[in-house]
Design a binder for this molecule. Structure first.
Ligand code: ZN
Length: 315
């Protein structure tokens, strides 16, 4: 059936209007949460690598991706490698550490000689789950590492002096080989424990730490540990109030075992900004921890609050 010339013109016009509407929709989505969208895209890129279990080739590939991204905004990365006994035998763990405007550093020891006022960290390893060999851990905790890339980029642009005062650490071995981590068996927190040991000798010692874990859930509900350092909790509350997002930030009933634990022990007060009620969820350490679990909107909220805390705490 041939369309008349008039019908063709109308059909093309409708097509163009629909296309313009679609492009507008895409752009407005980006405009609403530009930093969250960036973090979302970095998360997808990290997941595309595949599982990042402790010391694995996937983890090393993720290191390369993060190092390349950070390099674009002037950060240099080094690694800290340790070997530890685990319930599954000897394993190697590799932490990735980044500093701004420090092109001369070659080793972790070099990085540790540079004064840093604050630490921003998250774990990059994905849990090794025997019955789920392809577990990727989108929110546990690729999303937090992705957020760190975006925060590092913004901070370098907006205030290089502040960026110089921050040490970024992407921990390996947060996840236990057994089902749950335990202080008694020492299973889990391998990377942060090895890093924290070095903090005892740091002079000057960093003044604070912020650890991120599961900060991108589409229904964002953060619950920091009840024993969080008070001044850091207040800083978090002020930051959340500034952006009117207090309803997303609460406090858990008790303490939480996570990468902040050994940093606090080493005398660097550290708050763990962590998603609430993960233990009872249908996705934690399960198949559901994929890109569908997280959203650019939630990542944007976590971004705004975390970077606002850094603006307040780093000067
Ligand atoms: Zn986990």
């Amino acid at each position: 059936m041939a369309l008349s010339k008039k019908s063709r013109v109308i059909a093309i016009a409708i097509g163009l209007i629909a296309l313009a509407g679609f492009l507008g929709f895409c752009l407005s989505k980006q405009d609403q949460h530009p930093h969250g969208q960036q973090a979302y895209d970095h998360t997808a890129a990290i997941l595309a690598i595949g599982p990042r279990t402790a010391g694995s080739e996937g983890l090393k590939k993720a290191h390369r991706y993060i190092s390349e991204e950070l390099k674009k905004s002037g950060w240099t990365t080094v690694t800290q490698t340790v070997e530890r006994d685990t319930p599954v035998g000897k394993r190697t763990f590799i932490n990735l550490i980044a500093r701004y405007d420090a092109a001369g550093i070659k080793t972790f020891e070099d990085a540790a000689k540079l004064p840093a006022k604050g630490i921003l960290s998250a774990h990059l390893d994905s849990k090794e789950i025997p019955h789920l060999p392809n577990f990727l851990g989108a929110d546990d905790a690729a999303s937090a590492c992705a957020l760190m890339i975006v925060i590092a980029e913004t901070l370098a642009k907006e205030n290089p002096e502040l960026a110089k005062q921050l040490e970024l650490v992407f921990f390996d071995g947060e996840e236990a080989f057994n089902k749950d981590m335990s202080l008694e068996t020492g299973d889990g927190l391998y990377g942060s424990r090895a890093y924290a040991i070095t903090l005892y000798q740091r002079d000057p010692k960093p003044k604070f730490g912020i650890n991120l874990d599961m900060v991108g859930h589409h229904d964002l509900q953060i619950a920091v540990p009840a024993d969080s350092p008070t001044h850091l909790y207040h800083s978090l509350q002020r930051a959340a109030a500034k952006f009117g997002v207090q309803k997303h930030f609460g406090m858990a009933d008790g303490g939480i075992l996570d990468d902040h634990y050994y940093l606090n022990k080493a005398g660097v007060p550290t708050i763990d900004i962590i998603g609430a009620d993960f233990h009872d969820s249908h996705w934690w350490h399960q198949e559901g921890d994929t890109m569908e679990l997280i959203s650019a909107k939630s990542l944007d909220i976590s971004y705004q609050v975390t970077i606002e805390m850094l603006r307040e705490l780093l000067p």
